[in-house]
Design a protein around this ligand. Sequence first.
Ligand SMILES: [Zn+2]
Length: 111
Amino acid sequence: MTRTFSFEAAHQLPWHPGRCRRLHGHHYRLEVTVEGPVGPNGVVVDFADVAAVAEREVVGPFDHSYLNDVMGNPTAELIAAEAWKRLEAAGLAVVALRLWETAESCVELLA
Ligand SMILES: [Zn+2]
């Protein structure tokens, strides 16, 4: 099952030769996919349970933040990896995670 989230955040990539070097923001979209057997209630996991964990561990801390304060080099790849690490540490059986930085560009991590 997959649950989608969004957050707004600022970052800059000091190593970048182009415009990404400058301070700017994105409307990020995060898709979290969890895998497992369908339980007696007919669900893999309650959408609300995934939402509670993702909002507590990732969306809340990242929303309206300056991502360079969270990690040294906040590329989409490394933000996605950090999100995966936090969700997994909180007990979610994440098997795929997509982070959309713009409407056209995303990174995908797979288990
Ligand atoms: Zn950017």
